[in-house]
Design a protein around this ligand. Structure first.
Ligand code: AMP
Ligand code: MN
Ligand code: MN
Ligand code: MN
Length: 283
């Protein structure tokens, strides 16, 4: 049975294709009852999304997906039930967005050197007032006719070792977890199966995440295969972490799976939403 809770998705505030209101309407149409909006490094969509959710009878959870650098890798930490008015969180996210702007300019310069001009302006036009992500750069390269699809742009240009990739220092793991916790939220490692961490670093990440106050990992996500659901359910148990679930929906054609289509957590998991009043409608 598909789950009626979805704790990870994106709107146009970051790199999703639907504006916050439209995203909530889509989630509602898909049968979602409880949702969190988790835009990258930005909480600017939460109030509009919450109002839309209240109109439609969806239970809404304030969320964010923070970009973190851990051992020279980029890791994503989702914060759930955060307080969007908590000043240290707002200030720190503003600094990350500032860094993103500089990074996008450096990526555009790097692409210019391999014969692809005007990337910054092109990506910014797609992002509007929102942050510029690699997704926007990829979409620009597709729209301008350089590459056939977004997936191929990432492979050819935007991943480590490719001409449009630039190193970037995001927030530290401890800072992200602490900000989330101190704002009243719960920190969750997003799609742990995507980082290619290996036998030493995966347990190390879990251990460090837990030591600085992290409480859950995503077990069921659009980025995991069903065998990974089992693998990460085990890891959650091993490290006494709760389990989260979310589609990581970005828009039609941009995601592996839609909202309301993802399966429930394996039976042996402790749901991160256990005891939350927003989720009492699921029992
Ligand atoms: P950024 O945070 O600017 O590095 O952008 C990362 C975003 O790019 C992720 O959140 C995904 O939405 C998207 N992304 C990353 N890798 C891929 C890929 N291989 N194909 C399509 N989209 C991707
Ligand atoms: Mn994204
Ligand atoms: Mn992510
Ligand atoms: Mn995401």
């Amino acid at each position: 049975m598909p789950a009626t809770i979805d704790l990870h998705c994106h709107s146009t505030i970051s790199d999703g294709l639907y504006a916050p209101e439209a995203l909530v309407a889509y989630a509602h149409a898909q049968g979602v009852k409880v949702m969190a909006l988790t835009d990258h490094d930005d909480i600017g969509g939460l109030s509009v999304a919450r109002a839309a959710a209240e109109r439609l009878g969806i239970r809404f959870i304030n969320g964010v997906e923070i970009s973190v650098t851990w051992k020279k890798r980029t890791i994503h930490i989702v914060g759930l039930r955060i307080d969007p008015e908590y000043t240290p969180l707002k200030t720190a996210l503003a600094a990350v967005r500032h860094g993103r702007l500089a990074r996008a300019k450096r990526m555009a310069e790097a692409l210019d050197k391999v014969g692809i001009p005007d990337v910054f302006a092109g990506a910014q036009a797609l992002a509007g007032n929102s942050i510029i992500t690699r997704s926007h750069i990829a979409r620009y390269l597709v729209e301008a006719g350089y590459v056939k699809d977004v997936k191929t742009v990432f492979k050819k240009y935007l991943v480590k070792g490719k001409p449009g990739f630039v190193d970037h220092e995001w927030m530290s793991l401890a800072a992200a977890v602490t900000l989330i916790k101190d704002s009243g939220g719960v920190a969750v490692v997003a799609h742990p199966g995507r980082y290619d961490l290996g036998r030493t670093n995966m347990p190390l990440l879990m251990h460090q995440f837990r030591s600085c106050g992290g409480e859950a990992i995503e077990v069921v996500t659009g980025s995991h295969t069903p065998p990974q659901y089992t693998q990460f359910a085990k890891i959650a148990h091993q490290f006494s972490l709760k389990a989260s679930l979310g589609s990581d929906f970005h828009g039609p054609g941009m995601s592996y799976i839609g909202m309301g289509q993802i399966q429930d957590l394996p039976a042996n998991c402790i749901p991160v939403w256990q005891g939350w009043e927003e989720a009492d409608c699921l029992n």
